[in-house]
Design a protein around this ligand. Structure first.
Ligand code: PLP
Length: 394
């Protein structure tokens, strides 16, 4: 039998990672996989995860099986992060949440739910997209219809094209959309477009399938969830895939959830039971470690604040407090992981050589490398190199 097995479809990311891992050249810069790195190009653990690990260690919870559908408190907290505490669908019990093997597992489980319920469902996916979307739905046996997501001449969403597809698709089709920080284009729908889309999906009775793998890494937790919250408030049927890989830097722990929003609470109970049944047949239960850490953070107000802390704003406040000359306001108008401090190469070298503040000569800093513990030292060091000759002591 095994001589009949064919090679799997090639995966460019798998090959890229293999080549990058095998490259031991000190000049290596790995820009391939979507993982945040520190200045040495190594894994960057979040401060808040480090603290949660210590707490978890003390709890000594053992390694029993998790329940098939997952930890209910983790799921409740995760759903609130997505939909907001006051979401009507959550309050009225219309959301069925189950733990999954991270975002990929949530997509796959959602696809299985659709395939086992209405196998003839057409799944609409805008291209380009995350390389796994089309394979996941096809693997579940569903027909995938693709359309152009991006109007590359304007570098904007081809929104009219998306709406045309919503209007022309057979009723009850599924539209896969990314909640925020679109991979790979970085181009998201605007809040107005989400509103318009919600109306059209509702009019044409289509189902939204939202994949949100980067919540909190765009404009903020609530802002990044604007789209899916707009759809939920419009009373649509929808599936939402939640990943904690990126926003908690828990990539290898495979921590995530699938949340299915039904139009009636009694339907939500049946949906949850069907999900239980599919999970049992496929992976039985999800890994517990990552979800235990996320639960500790989300249920503790001070850890939660630390998770949400705005390093950019924090650095600017320290700079203001030390009256460091110059206009540093760009720190809070920029987004993402990096910022280029307006320093000369000589100033950067002084920071490294005399203050142990490591940054390249172009002044690019990893904002995530700042913590409560080191931000004050970094600000003082910055002051001493900017105010040359000043006698700031570290
Ligand atoms: C859009 C999107 N969805 C889902 C995922 C799945 O990630 P994970 O399985 O680690 O949660 C990724 C990962 O890169 C992604 O970019």
């Amino acid at each position: 039998m095994l001589e009949l097995v064919q090679q799997g479809a090639p995966d460019p990311m798998f090959t890229l990672k293999k080549i990058a891992d095998a490259d031991n050249d000190p000049r290596k810069v790995d820009l391939g996989v979507g993982v945040y790195r520190n200045e040495d190009g190594r894994y960057q653990e979040l401060e808040v995860v480090r603290r949660a690990k210590k707490i978890l260690d003390g709890l000594d919870l053992g390694h029993d099986y998790a329940s098939t559908t997952g930890d209910e408190e983790f799921l409740r907290l995760g759903a609130a992060v997505l939909f907001g505490e006051n979401c009507e669908a959550l309050i009225s019990g219309r959301v069925s949440s189950v733990q999954t093997i991270s975002g990929t597992g949530a997509n796959s489980l959602g696809a299985s739910l659709i395939a086992s319920t209405v196998p003839s469902t057409k799944v609409y996916i805008g291209l380009p997209t995350w390389g796994n979307h089309v394979p996941i739905f096809q693997h579940a046996g569903l027909e995938v219809v693709t359309y152009d997501y991006l109007d590359s001449t304007r570098h904007a969403v081809d929104f009219e094209n998306l709406l045309d597809n919503v209007r022309e698709a057979p009723l009850g089709s599924v539209f896969v959309l990314q909640g925020c920080c679109h991979n790979p284009t970085g181009v998201d729908l605007s809040p107005q477009q989400w509103g318009e889309l919600a109306q059209e999906l509702s009019t044409y009775n289509q189902v939204a399938f939202i994949d949100i793998a980067y919540q909190g890494l765009g404009d903020g937790l609530a802002e990044d969830a604007t789209g899916l919250r707009t759809l939920a408030d419009a009373g649509l049927e929808m599936l939402v895939c939640q990943s904690f890989s990126k926003n908690f830097a828990l990539y290898g722990e495979r921590c995530g959830a699938l949340h299915v929003v039904s139009q009636k609470s009694w339907l939500a109970e049946i949906v949850k039971d069907q999900l239980r049944s599919i999970i049992r047949k496929t992976y039985s239960s999800s890994p517990a470690y990552g979800s235990r850490l996320v639960k500790i953070v989300l249920s503790d107000q001070s850890l939660r604040t630390l998770w949400l802390k705005k390093n950019r704003q924090n650095l600017l406040s320290h700079i203001d407090a030390h009256h460091i000359p110059g206009d540093w306001s760009y720190l809070v108008s920029e987004r993402g992981l990096f910022s280029c401090l307006q320093l000369t190469p000589a100033q950067c070298r002084t920071l490294v050589d005399h203050h142990h503040v490591h940054l390249p000569e172009n002044g690019r800093i990893n904002i995530a490398g700042l913590s409560e513990e080191n931000i004050e030292r970094a600000a003082k060091a910055l002051k001493s190199v900017v105010c040359l000759g000043s006698k700031v002591r570290l």
